[in-house]
Design a protein around this ligand. Structure first.
Ligand code: SF4
Length: 270
C-alpha cells in the first residue's frame, strides 16, 4: 500500500474509527471529504466490506455496519451507576423554582445501554405522582409506539425529559428553567451515547437543536446532536389532540427503525 492516496485514506479512516469508537455504536459518521475519498476508491466495495455499506441518511453521511452489535460490555457496566449517581443529584436539585411545587423529580425510565433515547418535554401530573416519565395518556401512546409500532419492549429504550420537575398546571417550561435543567439531559445523553435520539415535540427539539423552527419543519430529516443522529417528531400529547398526525409520527419512527435495522412489522409500512 505505497500509494500516497491510499495511505492518506487509511490514516483518515484510522482517525475516524478512533474518534467514533464506542461499544454501542454501529455507525461511523463521515465528513463529505472522507466519504468522497472512499467513493473514489476503485476497490471501494472491498475496502468497505469490513466496515459496512452506506445506508444511512444521505445528508448526514453515515456509514452503517450491518454486523450485529459487538455487545455493550466494556463501559456499559459503569453507565448504570453513573446514571444512578446523577439521578440522586437531580433528586436533590433546587436550581429552579420548580423544585418548590414538585412531588418528586422524574429522571428517566429504561435501559442505560439503549440504542435509542426518546426525549420529551417535562413531567405531567401522573409522572410527578409516580416519578416515572411518560406514564399518563401520552405515555401510553408512546408505549404503544415503542411496543406495537417498533416491536420493542419499553424497557429496551431510554425515556427522559428536558425538564425533570413538573411545571405547575402543566404550563410550558420557562427558558430559565430549561437552561437550569438542561445540563442533566446533556449528561444523560453523554453517558448513554445512544445510536439515535428521538426528540418528542417542540421543547425537546428546540433545546437539543438550539433552534426555534417548528416541529413540522424539523421533522422529515436527519439532524445531529453531539455526533448522534437525531430525528424530531410530534409529542404524544400533541398526537392525542391531533390524531391525524399520528401517520406522520409513524413515518418518522419507521425511518428510525430502518436506520437501526429494526424490521418494520408486516403490513405496517407506509
Ligand atoms: S426542573 Fe431541573 S433544574 Fe429545576 S429544580 Fe427540577 S431538576 Fe432542578
Amino acid at each position: 500500500m505505497s500509494n500516497p492516496l491510499y495511505r492518506e485514506i487509511l490514516q483518515d479512516i484510522r482517525a475516524l474509527v478512533e474518534s467514533a469508537a464506542h461499544p454501542r455504536r454501529r455507525t461511523i459518521r463521515l465528513s463529505p471529504e472522507v466519504a468522497a475519498k472512499l467513493e473514489a476508491l476503485p476497490s471501494a466495495g472491498t475496502a468497505a466490506a469490513g466496515a459496512g455499506t452506506y445506508s444511512g441518511p444521505a445528508e448526514t453521511q453515515v456509514m452503517s455496519t450491518p454486523a450485529p452489535d459487538p455487545g455493550a460490555t466494556s463501559d456499559s457496566g459503569a453507565r448504570g451507576p453513573a446514571l444512578d449517581a446523577l439521578e440522586k443529584t437531580v433528586a436533590m436539585c433546587t436550581k429552579c423554582e420548580l423544585h418548590e411545587t414538585r412531588t418528586q423529580t422524574v429522571f428517566a425510565d429504561g435501559d442505560p445501554t439503549a440504542r435509542i433515547v426518546f426525549v420529551g418535554e417535562a413531567p405531567g401530573a401522573e409522572e410527578d405522582r409516580q416519578g416515572v416519565p411518560f406514564v399518563g395518556r401520552a405515555g401510553q401512546l408512546l408505549t404503544d409506539i415503542i411496543t406495537k409500532g417498533m416491536g420493542l419492549r419499553r424497557e429496551e429504550v431510554y425515556i427522559c425529559n428536558v425538564i425533570k420537575c413538573r411545571p405547575p398546571n402543566n404550563r410550558d417550561p420557562k427558558p430559565a428553567e430549561i437552561e437550569q435543567c438542561e445540563p442533566y439531559l446533556v449528561e444523560q445523553l453523554r453517558l448513554i451515547q445512544p445510536e439515535v435520539i428521538c426528540a418528542l415535540g417542540a421543547h425537546a427539539a428546540r433545546t437539543l437543536l438550539r433552534t426555534t423552527v417548528a416541529v413540522g419543519k424539523l421533522r422529515g430529516q436527519w439532524h445531529e446532536y453531539c455526533g448522534i443522529p437525531l430525528r424530531v417528531t410530534y409529542h404524544p400529547s400533541y398526537l392525542l389532540r391531533n390524531p391525524a398526525d399520528k401517520r406522520k409520527t409513524w413515518e418518522d419512527i419507521q425511518l428510525i427503525m430502518e436506520y437501526l435495522g429494526i424490521p418494520i412489522p408486516h403490513g405496517k409500512g407506509s
